[in-house]
Ligand binder design. Sequence first.
Ligand SMILES: C[C@H](O)[C@H](O)[C@@H](O)C(=O)CO
Ligand SMILES: [Mn+2]
Length: 417
Amino acid sequence: MTVQEAYEEAKKSYEKWGVDVEEALRRLQSIPISIHCWQGDDIGGFEVNANELSGGIDVTGNYPGKAGTPEELRSDLEKALSLIPGQHRINLHAIYAETEGEVVDRDELEPKHFANWVNWAKEQGLGLDFNPTLFSHPKAADDLTLSHPNEEIREFWINHCKASRKIGEYFGKELGTAALTNIWIPDGYKDLPSDRLTPRKRLKDSLDRIFQSEISENYNLDSVESKLFGIGSEAYVVGSHEFYFGYALQNHKLCLLDTGHFHPTEMVSNKISAMLMYTDQLALHVSRPVRWDSDHVVLLDEELKEIALELVRCDALDQVRIGLDFFDASINRVAAWTIGTRNMIKALLYALLMPNDHLQKLQEEGDFTERLTLLEEFKTYPFGAIWDYYCSQMEVPVKETWLNEVRTYEKEVLTKR
Ligand SMILES: C[C@H](O)[C@H](O)[C@@H](O)C(=O)CO
Ligand SMILES: [Mn+2]
């Protein structure tokens, strides 16, 4: 059976339940995923005086072929993008600035240091998102930044975040699509704090100062990313979920939920509808924690499907900025991007193909037997045939054939680095 024939058959099964498959595919095509550039070089970046990775995050593995220059990173991204259906965004960190050999400290970064990224994004038809980098720097050596008791250090990081918002604004203006500039800080303590409040007061003050200058939301949106713990901040994290959700609500910012930043049994899928009662925009870092915030490559697992289902059921696809955040150096990095991003898109397709209106009605009527029956039976509906057809329509490889392209790229490009 051809991909087309399998699709036609599969389509009929979904249509029996009133699912508009063509509309689902049209909708899927319009959802951009923000792909994190840092999977390509183990969060190394291109600073002239680069420092060791810090901030309580870690990349494990030593797979050969890591990108060592901006050109290599862009080439690897292009390869991954050629295997992923749809038009997407690339998420950059400040450490990916290109300063032509000049040492430019982070508080002095300017839009011009990202001009090559912008030109490349224009050529590729991509949007760009941004993150100030508040780790891997001598002024973050003690893993304290925006909550630092030393005013000079805190000021340095405030200025870095202000500079970052201007870079986000520049992306938005140049590319015609608002950048999301996301602040994540490592601040916290390894052991029990004797004062939880004072660092949080300082963080709030820092954020107020960072966001003082108005930037049009047509160009830049700001998000704040919470965390539960990191390596070296096991006992206390200043920017906790409650802290940032409150801040985001009060200051009209986006609260960013990283799926690896909660207790192991606490599910982000269960938070989306609750938070959307009080805010009209959210952001996600989809990751995969294994025992801890390990940032494994995203799988098409139950939680990923549940997140996608929530976005569809809440009609929130235009309200939630979907970004990825994983870094695995134990496998081919282009394959890591491809697997994780294809899985995110697959989960969205899975959710769009559910008879959601009917399932909602069943719940309202109290028919939990049919609700459970359908939720389970749809797991084995011929979703794969629709996915294959989507890939072929979007001119990317069908099924696992994309791996041949990665293998060829590895042989011809990556192993020669
Ligand atoms: C590199 C990223 O900014 C970082 O992973 C951050 O988003 C995070 O999740 C830290 O745990
Ligand atoms: Mn994250």
